[in-house]
Design a protein around this ligand. Structure first.
Ligand code: NAD
Ligand code: GLY
Length: 353
């Protein structure tokens, strides 16, 4: 078992271990400083697997618990469900001393965290991630939010959890493609700033799961502590995401987020090689590692102008320049300001094998 302290504007622990769900009551009691009412929020895939264990443990610890189950999938991360949840909290008379528990992947974590951020101008919440992506990324760092019709994550708030409880045995029930999606984010940390970690991943993410999750969480904690509100360094976490979002959108979301990020990382790294900034051997190492985790590396779309157009709809655009993350080598990624007018040529370089 490993515990990592995140020292953001509000400090909290991320506890990573095996078989932690049956102890969630005790962990929540310690993190919340006593007994209160809790609303556990989850989805209809996770509920039959883990809700009962969590609710039983919370009740055994003395909490007064109720729960709410949303349909699974990104489509649930919307304003209608946000308001529905807020109304449920109000009907159940949750007060400022009460709390929410997000049991699920990034969709449930983002939605529940945002409800906690705005209900009564902010109440506490606990993250219990059950996907690899949520364990290594979305449950840590306090970004919460929902999607708007105009795009993903356009409504949100920074609101740090009181505790992140990561029982990685829950990952055993994930569909392989969803586990692979999380692997893209894991590999991303190595490419950003940790070459030894990237090399360790050659043993296989599953074979070193506790060590891998802990390293990613520590890496994310360091980045969040340096730039909680996403003004600079934290943008490094967007490696592969700007082009990845364009690919996801172009596929009408038939290509998953993790697959699109994998392709996006290859595109920006290949472009960096073409610009003479990154050694070709590092591009090849990245492609090998992504393939070993069953992730695609080549983008099925070849129209650079179309991808550039879709990428510039991304909210990270500031005026006439884009903030891209470029690997100058594995473990050495840097923010790179690129004029929007040059993006098409940049993507063209990244698509050309
Ligand atoms: P998800 O929450 O939709 O989960 C993927 C699928 O796995 C769902 O069908 C879910 O029901 C199922 N599932 C979850 N846990 C399971 C388990 N243990 N066993 C079997 N099935 C399980 O998706 P995700 O990939 O976890 O998260 C994606 C979301 O995270 C996106 O909305 C993205 O915007 C967000 N995100 C947020 C941040 C952040 O910093 N807040 C960072 C990255 C991504
Ligand atoms: N996943 C991006 C961030 O937390 O900043």
């Amino acid at each position: 078992m490993k515990t990592i302290s995140v020292k953001a504007s509000k400090a909290y622990d991320v506890v990573i271990g095996e078989g932690l769900l049956p102890q969630s009551g005790d962990y929540c009691q310690r993190a919340l400083g006593g007994i209160c009412r809790l609303c556990v929020v989850t989805d209809d895939k996770v509920a039959p697997l883990y809700l009962n264990t969590v609710v039983t443990s919370l009740e055994a610890a003395g909490f007064d618990v109720f729960y709410y189950v949303f349909p699974n999938g990104e489509a649930s991360k919307n304003t209608e469900n946000l308001v529905e949840l807020l109304e449920i909290l109000a009907e159940n008379r949750l007060t400022r001393t009460d709390a929410l528990v997000a049991l699920g992947g990034g969709v449930i974590g983002d939605l529940t965290g945002f409800a906690a951020a705005v209900y009564l101008r902010g109440i506490r919440f606990v993250q219990i991630p059950t996907t690899l992506l949520a364990a290594v990324d979305s449950s840590v760092g306090g970004k919460t939010g929902v999607d708007l019709a105009a795009g993903k994550n356009l409504m949100g708030a920074f609101h740090q959890p009181a505790l992140v409880l990561c029982d990685y045995t829950t990952l055993d029930t994930l569909e392989p493609a969803i586990f692979a999606d999380g692997c893209a984010e894991v590999i991303k940390y190595g490419v950003i700033n940790d070459r030894p970690f990237f090399d360790l991943l050659k043993d296989g993410v599953k074979n070193r799961i506790e060590e891998v999750i802990a390293a990613c969480v520590q890496n994310k904690a360091n980045i969040v502590e340096a730039d909680e509100f996403d003004k600079g360094t934290r943008q490094l976490l967007n490696l592969g995401h700007t082009v990845g979002h364009a690919i996801e959108t172009r596929s009408d979301f038939a290509i998953s987020h993790g697959s699109a990020v994998a392709m996006g990382m290859v595109i920006v790294t290949r472009a960096a090689v073409a610009m003479g900034l990154c050694p070709e051997a590092d591009l090849n190492a990245l492609i090998t590692l992504l393939r070993a985790e069953d992730l695609p590396t080549e983008c099925p779309y070849t129209d650079a102008a179309e991808l550039a157009e879709l990428a510039t709809a991304d909210k990270k655009r500031a005026g006439d320049t884009l903030s891209l993350v470029l690997p100058y080598g594995i473990g050495d990624s840097r923010l790179y300001r690129l004029p929007v007018s040059e993006l098409e040529v940049f993507i063209e370089k990244g698509l050309t094998t």
